[in-house]
Structures are given as structure tokens and as C-alpha cells.
Design a protein around this ligand. Structure first.
Ligand code: KIV
Ligand code: ZN
Length: 525
């Protein structure tokens, strides 16, 4: 029985689509292992629904959704499906092991999409919605229906579509702003129109899903919440198609800070997990968070101007509307050294929301000690990178044994490399245009394959001369893309490790994208 307090306050369901809409964006593709790691972190964060992927898109997507569905406890797992029989059956199969399973089916309702993409009449579309929501409902009681491009659809037609979806059994109706076109006032009016005209809408959840093409994703989502929407579809760091989706951290903290402006709306998110999960996602994808990004950017709580610093010293509330500790910045200030000991290391990881089993903890601790020998101050960012790197590379079949680089101005760079590969030792030599080029060619020569390099990114995990370099690579081999991560205090070594991680995935078949299989379905948002 809800208390009087919760009757008055308005619970907003957080539907996280980092692993589906977010993962769909360029550069954000994740392997199955990485998706599992993220789904654990999302459960820890307290999201209500995890959209785990689009099972019909590829066997890899299907497998990831299936594994997430079997693993997640305490949150609903949703699988996305276009409104067709094959997609819905694939989604149903993928989520069948979930403690709480949702099928999320969608079809576009705007004239632009119906005429140019679907080539369907309104009557045909209504019949399709009825049939496909009914089909989805035969697999699970929890069915979400989305009217893709709702904000550019005819409002009265939208009423008919949603009426049909409710009659066929949909329990959540999503009103996506697929192309980031709407404005806060217009979106709020659309919410009011739907609530006034769709029969039975008060018995289902209205959901909002906004893209950020005009930078209004968060404003639109909040306007819709104030106007009666009860579910917000969001991603960590706002990743997603084109300019991205609405950022989870922005909506959650706007409601936590100014909930009274939105009908006393609140979420069940553990806000102190926000910064750690943001860092984890950018570590996995290599997509950096912009420094001035609200809540999670490095400068979000930095005060530079003298007048601001003066005010802050007198009283924090002069210039701070949120407490940085409440969103998890405290853990990020942690500093350890080699004398911190195992207990300090373990509690540092716990503060960052990182859980490891005994074997992983031991391996991470040994790597921490090695790092603490090279670097006096091991920070939270170092720890996150270290653990992530350990998780990423633990199954690598290629290992780095030795490397040598000869470099001088005006001459080609020469690299010699010695690798371990299962029980063999492989040796490669190459000359190239700089150390990274020569290094990757030498590795290719040792392994006897020549993938092409699609993306290379190096960043320092922390400031300072002794910083660890973190390298992300994407390589292409036989129409599939493989990602690799490498970490070391030397960037040549970090580059070699990243390349070997990606090469290992070629051998184990752990691609993040199979190009031929996904291009036909991945370009809508
Ligand atoms: O942006 C969109 O319309 C979507 C739907 C599939 C919900 O992502
Ligand atoms: Zn979308």
C-alpha cells in the first residue's frame, strides 16, 4: 500500500537505453562482455528498465540481450523489436530468461516515415500495430509500444495509434522525439492532447524518449514529465544516435534538485553511482565526456573565477546547487599509494562501485602494486582504468613479451616485437611512419594477418608526467570491427596492448560489429 507521501510524490521510471540506442551510435559499440559489465553497473545505479539491445539486429545482439536477461536481477530487461513477426519472436526468445521481461516494439507514425520509409497507409499501419502488439503480448504481459517520430506525426492519428496499442495490450506508450525536433512547450501540449483523447491512457505509463539534435533533450523530457509522463528513456553521458539521447544524469539530478517544479517527481536512482558509471562507460567506449558536461564533466564542480572561489570558501551554496559527493565525485578524489595495503585498495574499489570476485581482486591488486611502483599517487581514475583494462584483456590470446623502438628524426621508425600466442612465441619486425604505425605493422607481421586500423585514440588517465596512457583502437578484419584497450605508463606499450587486445578478439570471434549484418537495421534511431 503506497504511503500518503508516495501518493503525493510522483515516481518516474528510468528506462536506460545506453546498451541499445546509445550503443547504436558511432564509436560506442561494445562487446558482449562489456555490455554485461555495463548492465551490472546499471543495476547498481538503480535503473528500473534496461533496454539491453535489439535482438533481431545480429546474432551478437541476440546473445548479449539473452545473457543480460539471464543475469539481471532487480530491474526489467527490455528487448527492442520492429513491429514485425520475426523481430518480436527474436526479442521474446532473447528475454525469456529474465526475472522481469519487456518487449519494446515500435513503428513510425509520421507521414514522412510512412510514405518514404514504410510505404504504408494509415489503415495498414493501424492493423499492423494491433497485430504486433497482440503478438508481443502473447509472450509477456509487459509490452511497450513506441510511435517512432511521434513528434512529427499527426496528433489525431497518433491518438488512434495509441488507442489501438492499448486495446491490443500495451502497458507503456512511448512518444519519441526521434529526430530531436520538438520544443518543451510543444511536447507538453502533446502530452496533454494524448491524455485528453486516448481512451484508457490513465491506466498505462506514458514514456518519453528524446534526441538531442537541438540540444533540448533534457528540457523536453522534463517538460513532458511535468505534463504527466511517467517514464524517461535516457542514456549514460547522453550517448546515442547523432547528437545523442537525453542524459540520465541530467534528468535524475534535475528531479533530485528541482523535483517540486515537476509535480514532486522523483526517481529511485542511487545518485552517488552516477560519476563512477559515467567514467566506466567512457572507459569502455573511448568516448570522452566533454569537460563542461553537466553533472559528470571534469569541470562540472570546478570553480575558477576568484569571486566564485571567495563565495565558495564562505559558503558552498553561493555557487553550488548540488553536492558533488551526492553524484559520486568523492570516490574520484581518492588517492592510494603502495603503502595503502590490500584493505585500502579493496575499500577504494568499493567506493567506486566496483565489485570483483576473489581471483579478479588478487590480479587487480598485483597490477595496482606494479603501478604504485611507477606512480606515487594512484588515483580513482587510475583504479577504474586498471580494473577495466584487466577485465577487457583477461582472455587475450596474444600477450606482449618484449618490444623495441628505434626512432630518430628524418628516418623511418623501426620496431621489433616479441609476442606470446597460446604456447608459441612470435617475432615481428617492421619499419613505418612513426612508432605506432611501425608497431602495428610489426604485430601484424608476427601474427601473419593485416587488419586495417579504423580508429586510434590515446589519452592520459590523469594529469602529470607519470600518467598512465589509455589507448583505444578499432580495427577491421574481414567485414567485422574489433575494439581493443591498452593501458601502460608508456604510450607505445599501451598502443601495443590495445592492438593485441583487438587481435585477440579476431581470434575468439568477439567482434563488436559485424558490418554486413547490421547496416540494414541500424540506421534508424
Ligand atoms: O528514437 C526513437 O524513435 C527510438 C525508438 C525505437 C524508440 O529509438
Ligand atoms: Zn532513439
Amino acid at each position: 500500500m503506497p504511503s500518503a507521501e508516495s501518493d503525493v510524490r510522483k515516481r518516474i521510471w528510468i528506462f536506460d537505453t545506453t546498451l541499445r540506442d546509445g550503443e547504436q551510435s558511432p564509436g560506442a559499440t561494445m562487446t558482449v562482455e562489456e555490455k554485461l559489465e555495463m548492465s551490472d553497473a546499471l543495476v547498481d545505479l538503480g535503473v528500473d528498465i534496461i533496454e539491453a539491445g535489439f535482438p533481431a539486429a545480429s546474432p551478437g545482439d541476440f546473445e548479449a540481450v539473452q545473457l543480460i536477461a539471464e543475469r539481471v536481477k532487480g530491474a526489467t530487461v527490455a528487448g527492442l523489436a520492429r513491429a514485425n513477426r520475426n523481430d518480436i519472436e527474436r526479442a521474446a526468445k532473447a528475454i525469456e530468461g529474465a526475472e522481469s521481461a519487456r518487449i519494446h516494439t515500435f513503428i513510425a507514425t509520421s507521414d514522412i516515415h510512412m510514405e518514404h520509409k514504410l510505404k504504408m497507409s494509415r489503415e495498414e499501419l493501424i492493423a499492423r500495430v494491433s497485430d504486433m502488439v497482440t503478438l508481443a503480448k502473447s509472450f509477456t504481459s509487459d509490452v511497450e509500444f513506441s510511435a517512432e517520430d511521434a513528434t512529427r506525426s499527426d496528433w489525431d492519428f497518433l491518438v488512434q495509434v495509441f488507442d489501438t496499442a492499448i486495446k491490443a495490450g500495451a502497458t507503456t506508450l512511448n512518444v519519441p522525439d526521434t529526430v530531436g525536433y520538438t520544443t518543451p512547450a510543444e511536447y507538453a501540449n502533446l502530452m496533454a492532447h494524448l491524455q485528453e483523447h486516448v481512451p484508457g491512457i490513465d491506466d498505462v505509463i506514458i514514456s518519453v524518449h528524446c534526441h538531442n539534435d537541438l540540444g533540448m533533450g533534457t528540457a523536453n523530457t522534463l517538460a513532458a514529465i511535468a505534463a504527466g509522463a511517467r517514464q524517461a528513456e535516457v542514456t549514460i553521458n547522453g550517448i546515442g544516435e547523432r547528437a545523442g539521447n537525453t542524459a540520465l544524469e541530467e534528468v535524475v539530478m534535475a528531479l533530485a534538485t528541482r523535483g517540486e517544479q515537476f509535480g514532486r517527481a522523483y526517481t529511485n536512482i542511487r545518485t552517488d553511482r552516477i560519476v563512477p558509471i559515467s567514467r566506466r562507460l567512457s572507459g569502455i567506449t573511448g568516448l570522452e565526456v566533454q569537460v563542461n558536461k553537466a553533472i559528470v564533466g571534469d569541470n562540472a564542480f570546478a570553480h575558477e573565477a576568484g569571486i566564485h572561489q571567495d563565495g565558495m570558501l564562505k559558503n558552498r551554496t553561493t555557487y553550488e546547487i548540488m553536492n558533488p559527493e551526492d553524484v559520486g565525485w568523492e570516490g574520484t578524489r581518492l588517492v592510494l599509494g603502495k603503502h595503502s595495503g590490500r584493505a585500502g585498495f579493496r575499500s577504494g574499489l568499493a567506493d567506486l562501485g566496483i565489485k570483483l570476485d576473489d581471483e579478479e581482486m588478487q590480479a587487480a591488486y598485483e597490477q595496482f602494486l606494479q603501478l604504485a611502483d611507477k606512480k606515487k599517487r594512484v588515483t580513482a581514475a587510475d583504479l577504474v582504468a586498471l580494473v577495466q583494462n584487466q577485465q577487457e584483456t583477461k582472455d587475450d590470446v596474444y600477450t606482449l613479451r618484449q618490444w623495441k623502438v628505434d626512432i630518430a628524426s628524418g628516418e623511418p621508425t623501426a620496431v621489433s616485437i616479441v609476442l606470446g600466442h597460446r604456447d608459441e612465441t612470435l617475432v615481428g619486425n617492421a619499419e613505418g611512419n612513426g612508432p605506432v604505425d611501425a608497431l602495428f605493422m610489426a604485430i601484424g607481421a608476427a601474427a601473419g594477418i593485416e587488419p586495417s586500423l579504423e580508429y586510434y585514440h590515446v589519452e592520459a588517465v590523469t594529469p602529470g608526467y607519470d600518467a598512465q596512457g589509455q589507448v583505444h583502437v578499432r580495427i577491421k578484419y574481414q567485414d567485422a570491427i574489433y575494439t581493443g584497450h591498452g593501458l601502460a605508463t608508456d604510450i607505445v606499450e599501451a598502443s601495443a596492448r590495445a592492438y593485441l587486445d583487438a587481435m585477440s578478439k579476431i581470434e575468439t570471434g568477439d567482434s563488436s560489429t559485424v558490418l554486413a549484418a547490421t547496416t540494414s537495421v541500424s540506421r534508424w534511431s
